[in-house]
Design a protein around this ligand. Structure first.
Ligand code: AHG
Ligand code: MN
Ligand code: MN
Length: 347
C-alpha cells in the first residue's frame, strides 16, 4: 500500500474488480470475457500469495527433485504456482490455451460443455524462485493474446506464437513486502496492492509512468568476461563519474526479474540480461518474461529491446524461446543500444 493509505479509509480505494468493470463498460460491445479472465488470474494470484506467506511454516520450500523444461531445478513453489494458475484459468473457461515455463507443451483447455474460451495465456508462474528460500521477493508474470482471427479447428501451439505487439493484456504479481498486481491492457499501467485484511487488490498506483532516465542498473556482472564489447563499454560508462547524468549509477541486482523490474519501473533504471557464454541467446524467455514486461514498460513510457530489435516486434519461433533483454527507462535503454551498435564509445 502506498504512503497515502495510512491516512485513507479502505473504502476509498477502488478494488481491482471495480476498476476492471469500469474499464469494461467503456467498450460497448464487450462481452465481459476479458474481465472474467483477469479476475481468474487475480484469484490464482491470491491463492499463490496465501501459500507464499505460509511457506516458512509448511513443507513447500525447496526443490521437487525434478528438472523443468528448461533443465532447471524445479522448486516446489514453481509447481504449486503453475498448478494454481492452470486450475483457475481452466475453471474460468475464458482461456483456450496456456503456455507455462513449467510445462514443456502448450496446454489446450476445453470448456465444460460451453464454447471454448478465446484467450491464450502465457505465464511464468513463479519468477525468481531460487530466491524463495532466502526470503527475497518473487513474482508471477503473465501475457494474454486473443486467438488469431483466421483460426480454424483445434487450438495448437502455432496459435500462441504471436509477436508481443499482439498482446491484449500483460501483467505481473510481485510477492514482496506487500503483494502487488500491476497490469496493462494497452491503455496505461495500473498497480494494485493486496490488502490482506479484506483479501482485495486495491488501486494504489494509478497510471504508472516510468522515469525517462534513472540512476540504477541491474545486471549479473559475474558474467562480465563473456559480454560483448559494446556491453562491457556501456557498463564502464555507467560506472564513470558524470554530474549531469548522475553517474556513477548504482548497481542493484536482486536476481528476481519481477522485483528488479518493479523497482526500476517506479524509480527509473535499466535491467539487462544479455547473451552470455553459457546462455548465448540470453536466459530470459521471450514469451513469459520479455514480452509481457516490454508491453508494460512501453505503456509506462519506457523501452525494451534485445539490444537491436524492439522486443515486441520479435516473431517467436518456439514457446520456450529465450532472448537477450535490455529493458527500463527509455534514455538508459537507448544509450545501451548505442554502445552495442557502435554509435557510442568511451572517450
Ligand atoms: P525463473 O525463476 O523464472 O527461472 O527466473 C529466474 C531469472 C530471473 O528472475 C532473474 O533475473 C534471472 O533468472 C537471474 O539469473 P542469474 O542467476 O543468471 O543472474
Ligand atoms: Mn522467470
Ligand atoms: Mn519461473
Amino acid at each position: 500500500m502506498n504512503r497515502t493509505t495510512a491516512t485513507r479509509e479502505l473504502g476509498q480505494f477502488k478494488t481491482l474488480e471495480q476498476f476492471i468493470i469500469e474499464r469494461q463498460e467503456s467498450f460497448p460491445h464487450s462481452t465481459g470475457a476479458f474481465s472474467r479472465l483477469l479476475r481468474d488470474i487475480s484469484v490464482a494470484a491470491k491463492i499463490v500469495n496465501y501459500h507464499m506467506r505460509r511457506a516458512g511454516l509448511v513443507d513447500i520450500y525447496g526443490d521437487t527433485g525434478e528438472l523443468n523444461v528448461q533443465g532447471e531445478v524445479q522448486q516446489k513453489m514453481d509447481a504449486l504456482a503453475h498448478r494454481e494458475f492452470v486450475r483457475a484459468l481452466r475453471r474460468g473457461g475464458e482461456c483456450c490455451l496456456i503456455g507455462s515455463e513449467e510445462h514443456a507443451e502448450a496446454i489446450p483447455i476445453r470448456a465444460n460443455g460451453g464454447s471454448d474460451g478465446k484467450y491464450i495465456v502465457l505465464l511464468d508462474p513463479l519468477d525468481g524462485s531460487s530466491n524463495i528460500e532466502v526470503n527475497v521477493s518473487v513474482g508471477t508474470i503473465f501475457s494474454i493474446y486473443r486467438m488469431p482471427e483466421d483460426h480454424v479447428g483445434e487450438v495448437t501451439l502455432e496459435d500462441a506464437l504471436q509477436p508481443g505487439s499482439k498482446q491484449v493484456g500483460a501483467g505481473y504479481v510481485v510477492y514482496g513486502s506487500s503483494t502487488m498486481l500491476v497490469y496493462t491492457t494497452g491503455n496505461g499501467v495500473n498497480g494494485f496492492t493486496l490488502d490482506p485484511s479484506i483479501g482485495e487488490f486495491l488501486l494504489s498506483h494509478p497510471n504508472i509512468r516510468t522515469p525517462k532516465t534513472g540512476t540504477m542498473y541491474a545486471i549479473n556482472e559475474g558474467n562480465y568476461n563473456s559480454f560483448e564489447d559494446g556491453l562491457k563499454k556501456y557498463i564502464k560508462w555507467c560506472q564513470r563519474k558524470d554530474k549531469a547524468t548522475g553517474r556513477p549509477y548504482k548497481t542493484r541486482y536482486i536476481g528476481s526479474f519481477v522485483s528488479d523490474f518493479h523497482r526500476n519501473l517506479l524509480k527509473g533504471g535499466i535491467y539487462i540480461y544479455p547473451a552470455t557464454a553459457s546462455s548465448p541467446e540470453g536466459k530470459l524467455r521471450l514469451m513469459y518474461e520479455a514480452n509481457p514486461m516490454a508491453f508494460i514498460v512501453e505503456q509506462a513510457g519506457g523501452r525494451a529491446s534485445d539490444g537491436h530489435t524492439p522486443i515486441l516486434q520479435k516473431q517467436p519461433r518456439e514457446l520456450h524461446q529465450r532472448t537477450p533483454l535490455y529493458i527500463g527507462s527509455e534514455e538508459m535503454v537507448r544509450t545501451a543500444e548505442a554502445f552495442l551498435q557502435g554509435e557510442m564509445d568511451l572517450d
